[in-house]
Design a protein around this ligand. Sequence first.
Ligand SMILES: Cc1cc2nc3c(=O)[nH]c(=O)nc-3n(C[C@H](O)[C@H](O)[C@H](O)COP(=O)(O)OP(=O)(O)OC[C@H]3O[C@@H](n4cnc5c(N)ncnc54)[C@H](O)[C@@H]3O)c2cc1C
Ligand code: SF4
Length: 518
Amino acid sequence: MPRAKVAYFVGPWDLNRELACVPASPADGTVVLVESIAKSRALPYHRKKLVLVLSALRHFAQELRDAGFEVEVVRAKTYVAGIRAHVARTGAERVIALEPREWGLAQSLSAEALGVPLELRPDGGPGGHFLLPRADFAEWAATQKPPLRMDVFYRHMRKRFGVLLEGQKPVGGKWSLDADNRKRIPADAEPPAWPGFPPDGLTQEVMRAVAGWAGHWGEVDGFDWPVTRAEALSLLEDFVEHRLPRFGDYQDGLRGGDPFLWHSGIAAAMNLSLLHPQEAIDAALVAYEAGAAPLNAVEGFVRQLLGWREFIRGVYWTRMPGMRHANALGAGRPLPRFYWEPEATEWACLRDSAQAVRDHGYAHHIQRLMILGNFALLAGVRPLDVSHWFWAGFVDAYEWVQLPNVHGMALYADDGFTTKPYAASGAYVQRMSDYCAGCPQDVKRRHGEDACPFNPLFWRFMVEHRERLSANPRVGALYGNWDRWAPAEREAILASAERILAELEPADPGWTFADDAG
Ligand SMILES: Cc1cc2nc3c(=O)[nH]c(=O)nc-3n(C[C@H](O)[C@H](O)[C@H](O)COP(=O)(O)OP(=O)(O)OC[C@H]3O[C@@H](n4cnc5c(N)ncnc54)[C@H](O)[C@@H]3O)c2cc1C
Ligand code: SF4
């Protein structure tokens, strides 16, 4: 069959036949997928992340070959070098791709670099992975006063996509049921088992190769993330049936030894496009209509995808490249060693959360935000050190999603789209988890050798940033407590905080980070 002289570049995160970077029929052109050597070495990526991306890419290539497409998987120094090699071999006269999802590739992928015309198709809207075209987010953002607000954007999205509406009003009377979704997990509540996807032959081959790669974090053993669309759909189905009904109730809960709880775990597959956000939203809505999941769960889940995920990707593109170097609070401390080596701390919540990442390449949202992110915020860790760790360590991490979450939500380093820092003392962890009972530190103490580190660090943070934070009514009220305490109490708290900071061991500086490589 004659083929058009067109090369379709399918990025490792574009693994879905519905996307406009995949030809509709084999006659439309050839497909090139690239395993970029520079990208795989750019950060000390978790080995399970490398296995996930490479195995999913190779499975997708095989799926296309089985459907009759001419597919080449090129292992090359960079993505651009790989596409160029394919163009030279096939004589392709132009290249079609989706808008790259990360800043680095968006800078290097061009017609000049490829030597042939390049058509970039929108990564949002029909044929794209996201619900919203980038231009539509930018248009919405231009109508807003700073800072951009997720709750306002979410209402806009609910109306635009007609989700959970009665006329123009929200089903149930409120746009967000977040206030209902802050329950502590009862000791006798049993989270459903994580389904797990044992590696097939192809994945095992990738695991054997990646196990020997130097300069990376974590182990390949125990890899059980979905790597195909069929597995991703099965994970979504399992979530909707078993975990969605309680997703809302326990969304903010924490429990030692279980990073999955009632969370979906779909981000790893979705960020590779094995799932489209619309189908996850639809699956939750169908469960609601059938009476299989309550409104607080379904609205809570829909808000994550229709609201947070689209918002985060929108702010990434409106605030890059400045967001990378944002440091509104002037934080300058190196990342503590225990992020990479969890056994280096005995603080139970931090050790367990960092262990989850080291073991699975995953921790749930509240571990990310209120434990690992909160500690880095309070300790004044350099934002780029923190975002590099998140980017390297999580199976679902890509710059477009980790950077706004780390620099915006967790660290308040970019204050253009968050209204206040998510700073919390040990009381929050105690209220929402079972960690403190098994910790050598005392969550009730504000100072002294055995005080919970979050307590003195919280107050030191509040004092250091008083001028900025006291203007915010949601945070400013807390200063009343501080002002009431005797000077000796306040001095003891600040002295404890300084001691903790002085004793924090910095991470091994041996890891290397090259944000735009590949
Ligand atoms: C410091 C920090 C770093 C983060 N880094 C990443 C990252 O690298 N990759 C990533 O996908 N998410 C990231 N998130 C957002 C969120 O924590 C994860 O999407 C979620 O924990 C993934 O697990 P899950 O699939 O079980 O999610 P669930 O709790 O089941 O939520 C459902 C889905 O909602 C979406 N979602 C929820 N919150 C967010 C959010 N804030 N931003 C974007 N999508 C969201 C995800 O697609 C997720 O799969 C980060 C959050 C914080 C606070
Ligand atoms: S006492 Fe403090 S450090 Fe220990 S688990 Fe509780 S919050 Fe974490």
